[in-house]
Ligand binder design. Structure first.
Ligand code: MRU
Length: 351
């Protein structure tokens, strides 16, 4: 199967081409981003989405902005000032996924390092962008391998939202074990929640898994209890947007409910994410900022006519926090971390 590149830096280094994830699965549309406003809009509207992909987009954007400044003849100091402002601006596009802040902090650190001129600074940021790209398959391949080792041959997992190659890198985090299993002749079946309101499960997870030859079944979010009660699910695998020091995990809204149900039915609940998703500065899930989005995503977005009275109030948090005590293990590129997560995650972050 041809691999889709979620984002790449164009020749010349001043713009990026993304796959517009809002248009999938009906059409494969590429978009070019070059201005800070275009990058901000692509992140805020979920044209690029998924925690690791948002971070990567920000890092690629910083590389483009630095080269633009060098081409305009900016001095090193002017370039640095501009880049710090642009980093702050991009960081305000979405609050929950720590990967955005993480990659922008790395870019700020690179900006602060010695450089001869704007060109050299641009080269350092470009090298860092390529470093992310070059390491992706090593990181996600390793997460997938550790995840697959937790599943019995022929197992069926349930997943929520989309944590596949489009939102991460090949073969994804939560979808990695199933995609790797299909590639190696050890098939894993997947139930995919549709994931209201933006339907990342229906639109993206089923698309990516079908393309990879994985046996996938789509269900509505409110069917999870029934499907688990029927004994169809051996394990839950989800991604993460931010993992607190105690293991509390923010992921797409609805994940917490799935974890409660998994606990009720004695189904193991696994979180799969790169180490950069662990935010030791957040002691617990209470410290994680939760993005709230427009009620139009619930009322009107997918319908020809509004599906609720126009004046009705909506509450649309994009993420929830799963209590660490509901999580069986957290899988990173370094291996499988078990409770108590205060200890096991600290070891992962310090390694
Ligand atoms: O709002 P989104 O689509 O960016 O949310 C994505 C998720 O919640 C994913 O599960 C998470 O980022 C894990 S890895 C892609």
């Amino acid at each position: 199967m041809a691999r889709l590149e979620n984002i790449r830096i164009d020749e010349g280094g001043v713009s990026c081409t993304i796959i517009d994830q809002t248009r999938l699965p009906r059409e494969l549309v590429h978009r070019t981003l070059s201005t800070p406003e275009e990058f901000f809009d692509a992140i805020a509207t979920l044209a690029v989405r998924g925690a690791p992909c948002i971070g990567k987009t920000a890092a690629f954007a910083m590389s483009c902005f630095a080269r633009q400044a060098a081409l305009e003849g900016c001095s090193l100091e002017e370039t640095r000032d501009r880049l710090y402002d642009q980093a702050d601006y991009l960081q305000s596009s979405r609050p929950t996924a720590v990967n955005l802040a993480y990659e922008l902090d790395c870019a700020r650190e690179i900006c602060g390092q010695p450089a001869q001129d704007a060109w050299q600074l641009a080269q350092h940021l470009c090298d860092y962008a390529h470093h992310i790209e070059d390491n992706e398959e090593i990181i996600y391949g390793s997460i997938a391998r550790f995840g697959l080792s937790l599943l019995n041959p022929g197992a069926t997992i349930l997943t929520h939202c989309n944590a596949g190659p489009l939102g991460c890198g090949w073969p994804g985090t939560a979808l990695g074990p199933a995609i790797l299993g299909a590639a190696e002749g050890k098939p894993i079946k997947v139930y995919a929640d549709e994931t209201r309101p933006l339907l990342q499960g229906a639109r993206l997870t089923t698309f990516e898994l079908s393309q990879a030859g994985v046996d996938v079944t789509l269900i509505c979010d409110n069917m999870v209890a029934a499907v688990m009660a029927q004994g169809k699910i051996d394990a839950v695998m989800v991604g993460a947007d931010r993992i607190a020091a105690n293991g509390d995990t923010a992921n797409k809204i609805g994940t917490f409910g799935v974890a409660v149900l998994a606990n009720h039915f004695d189904v193991p609940f696994y979180v799969l994410a790169p180490k950069s998703t662990i935010d030791i500065a957040c002691a617990t899930g209470e410290d994680i900022p939760i993005e709230e989005r427009s009620g139009d995503e619930i009322k009107t977005m997918w319908y020809e006519q509004p599906m609720a009275p126009e004046e009705v109030r909506c509450y649309n948090p994009a993420f929830d926090v799963t209590d660490a005590k509901l999580i069986s293990a957290i899988i990173t590129e370094d291996g499988v971390a078990y409770p108590p997560f205060e200890d096991s995650l600290r070891k992962v972050v310090c390694s």
